[in-house]
Ligand binder design. Sequence first.
Ligand code: NAP
Ligand code: 2RA
Length: 447
Amino acid sequence: MPLPNLNDLVIAVVGATGAVGAEFLKIVEQRHPNLYGLKLLASARSAGRTLTVNGREFTVEETTEDSFKGVDIAFISASTEASRHWAPLAVAAGAVVIDDSSAFRMQEDVPLVVPEVNGADVTWHQGIIAIPNCSTTPLVMVAHPLHRVNPIRRIVADTYQSVSGAGAAAVNELKEQTQALLKGHPVTPRHQPRQIGFNVIPQIDAFLPNGYTREEQKMIDESRKIMHAPEIQVSATCVRVPVMVSHSAAVHIELTNHIEPGIARGFLKDMPGVRVLDDTTQGQYPLPWDVTGQDDVFVGRIRQDESNRNGLALWVVSDNLRKGAALNSIQIAEELVDRACLKPGSTPKPKFRVGEPENPAEADRRQDYAYFRANVDELLPKYRDKYVAIINRTIVDSDEDERSLEERVHAKYGREPATIVRVTPGPRVMSLYRQHGVQVGVGSISL
Ligand code: NAP
Ligand code: 2RA
């Protein structure tokens, strides 16, 4: 499908000379090669530098109050303080701000968006849309496709985050420290709390009174907000490792019902923006070195959590500068154009708030759907050629048509069933089952 056209827009990039800014401009060249309405902004330090984008030379300007006149979209990827200062000024000048910092992420009136997961949230922006922290985005990209079919109860994520997550200066620091240490020279940390060369640091950002770091707390709060799932329990340990680019995470997910790793693999494969690389017989799993420069979130080592019947263990890797930051921002701009909602307040905010329980009927339906998918093995032989509905974790079946079943369920239970399907061979499920060695003798559910 062609990408939405951004060529008629004026786009300001605050932080154009930074690690994320540089990646942003690369992605513009790859996705929007005819986009020329760019204003490259940074601090006074970089004013006057020239950068070439789409074959044209642009001069970097110092960001000032006047920078946002005539700008349609302002990407801000500089620092939390810079975002707090510039974003309101950009909005006042009529721009939509797509902000990369943590300044606004948890604000009630600011959508926090990963387009593949909650793209529709862009519609209720009031001028600012936030992108998540680069360790949160890959987590929700793999959690969401599982949560949709089998609600997640708990996530434990331990990250292995590259130094580029801390900016261009931290990348140079790792290079300098590595060279110095190889020569036997001592090093003094400048951009990390401790020595990062030949080391790992279990601290990213400051410590909070609960013992977690801010980075860990971001993963907890942001993932719930993006997935509209305040009920999910999340815990994280964020660790800096001596890797240049791409963040990795060992993720343990507890779901409501048991799910075969092979079935989970299928749902992950179907998720746009996720790539499954998971063949341990061939030693195949994602590595930060290989994933750097790629757009997808990679997942491998998908296996049953031996300590939890309803648990899965995964290994997730993504380029923090791309999907973790710049790519996600550009995808949000594309989403805004695609949904024709550059102007704020196009639709009212949906009814959910972090910390509030979600709509109970919707929660019931999700539980039912999860139950249905998790028990698909049993359903295969039992309900061949029938219509089946799931309601209150009970299967109701019928030889009649779909509508009569829906009416029957509604009359009895006073609400819509989670799902009604006719149990017939469906190629997608069939191939999934075959691939994982499950015998399909009588048909499968075409979902
Ligand atoms: P960086 O490499 O240090 O770059 C910072 C950029 O911001 C530079 O272009 C710098 O300009 C500019 N800048 C600094 N202060 C400014 C100000 N007051 N006004 C205007 N521009 C200013 O940092 P980064 O890694 O690209 O990160 C930028 C932001 O993205 C941060 O908020 C970070 O938390 C967030 N983020 C980063 C990642 C990641 O993986 N790196 C992922 C998600 C979110 P000069 O060149 O003039 O100094
Ligand atoms: C880091 N996630 O890796 C942060 C950047 N925002 O330091």
